[in-house]
Ligand binder design. Structure first.
Ligand SMILES: [Zn+2]
Length: 458
């Protein structure tokens, strides 16, 4: 008998962890960190469901985002996992950038919290250290797309998901049953990456529902949104702050800014990429040609660097980042994290939010309880690092830049090979309910809405 235990990423969009028990041993699909409000983040420290579950023999990773991978070093460092971690080659490269950065960020945040005394824990501790990350990275075994690889529980195959570099959906077979884990489903006709591939037929499909209730076609064209934002700050010597996931959104924005500059639709402003991880990830995006779509291949063949706006500047060090805060001229600052929950972007927001010439443009999903969500919901005061900050700058959201498929795209992705059962995961209540409704109308399948702690027979 094969079962799936839902350990996270069911009715929330963070903490994705699915334990498949059957075959020769348990396999964990994704090992995400819980993010967002404190009570959700606290699950990273003491997860009762995880303590009850057996330690996996092996981990399969759909893609490098922290909500799918950020708990790996905790699994290794604290729970003693030492089996193989399988993912695509680009995901392996990205994890080599992201996990050390995550450990550093947590160590820095713990130190900062201790200095300012705003943490509830005294002393504030990091969830894991750089040493835990080093041990984690040593366990990674890259797998090619479209090849079946033997796993503890049976066999598994990775296919293009079109969400970020290296992203895959995973077919996992155990004891004659096939499950497909969607990971995060990307979109068609988006710059840089190839389109998502359809899932193969399965007994059970587990599909994300982040934007299960949204229709992207109602959004403005992403290039128009970016052009308006850049032109607006250019006209009043303001600063456009774009909080962005270092991996995926950042490269798409760089691509679009470069294209808008080339088309003469925006002036060539200084563009600061203020995130060491985003800088390294951009290099990986340029390097992994096997994932590029035809458009970027054609531009590269002409000798253009499509990921490089004319006045792009990298800011590696904290000193360089602070220097941006002293500048008073029209410019664009792209910085992480995408939901403004950590990284360098809260410092930029603290500096720029109180002035009317500035603008903040959010370009991805903002989970409940995050600073990003408060701002897009129209808060006129926010707390950043324990300080009250007045929101005077314009705050906009450019939803069309989402890396997640919307309702119609998720329906398109499921395609022809409709499985008997579909479990909707990785969504908040509204998104999941809307997608469940749409699927029930469309597909002759049993639609399941598991919650954390559920165990489902496959
Ligand atoms: Zn993702």
């Amino acid at each position: 008998m094969t079962t799936i235990r839902f350990l996270g990423g069911t009715d929330t969009v963070t903490g994705s962890k699915f334990l498949v028990e059957g075959g020769r041993g348990p396999v964990l699909v994704d090992c995400g960190m819980f993010q967002g409000p404190r009570e959700v983040r606290d699950l990273n420290w003491d997860d009762p469901f995880f303590t009850e579950a057996p330690l996996p023999d092996e981990v399969l990773i759909t893609h490098a985002h922290m909500d799918h991978t950020g708990w790996l070093p905790r699994l290794v460092g604290t729970h003693g996992f030492d089996g193989p971690i399988r993912c695509t080659s680009a995901t392996a490269d990205l994890l080599g950038i992201m996990l050390p950065d995550s450990a550093r960020l947590q160590q820095e945040e713990a130190a900062y919290a201790n200095k300012k005394g705003y943490s509830r824990h005294r002393p504030a501790l990091p969830l894991y250290t750089e040493a835990d990350v080093e041990r984690t990275l040593a366990l990674i075994q890259p797998a090619g797309y479209h090849e079946w690889v033997e796993t503890a529980g049976g066999r598994a195959r990775f296919s293009f998901a079109g969400h970020i570099l290296g992203s895959a959906h995973i077919a996992l077979e155990s004891e004659g049953r096939r499950m497909v884990f969607s990971g995060d489903v990307g979109r068609w006709d988006i710059p840089v990456l190839k389109d998502p591939e359809p899932p193969p037929g399965a007994d059970l499909l587990l599909i994300e529902s982040t934007y299960g209730g949204r229709h992207h076609k109602e959004d403005t064209d992403p290039d128009t949104g970016i052009a308006e934002a850049v032109n607006r700050v250019a006209g009043r010597d303001g600063v456009l702050v774009i909080p962005a996931f270092s991996i995926g959104r950042t490269q798409e924005i760089l691509f679009r800014i470069r294209a808008l500059e080339d088309a003469g639709r925006i002036p060539e402003l200084p563009v600061f990429l203020d995130s060491p991880m985003a800088i390294d990830a951009t290099e990986q995006y340029a390097r992994h040609h096997e994932e590029h779509d035809l458009e970027i291949k054609a531009l590269e063949a002409e000798g253009t660097n499509p990921l490089r706006p004319a006045r792009l500047q990298f800011s590696h060090t904290v000193e360089e980042s602070k220097a941006i805060n002293r500048r008073r001229e029209a410019m664009v600052v792209i910085s992480a994290s995408g939901m403004a929950t950590g990284g360098r972007v809260p410092h930029h927001l603290k500096r720029r939010l109180p002035y009317p010439e500035n603008m903040v443009a959010f370009v991805g999903y903002q989970a409940e309880g995050t600073l990003g969500r408060l701002l897009v919901d129209g808060a006129d005061r926010v707390r950043i690092h324990g300080e009250e900050i007045e929101v005077v700058a314009d705050v906009v959201r450019l939803e069309a830049l989402s890396a997640h498929a919307d309702q119609d795209e998720l329906i398109r992705w499921v395609g022809e090979a409709v499985p008997e059962r579909i479990a909707l995961i990785h969504g908040e209540d509204e998104g999941r309910a809307a997608l469940a409704e749409a699927f029930r109308v469309r597909f002759d399948a049993e639609i399941l809405l598991p919650v954390r702690g559920d165990v489902l027979e496959v």
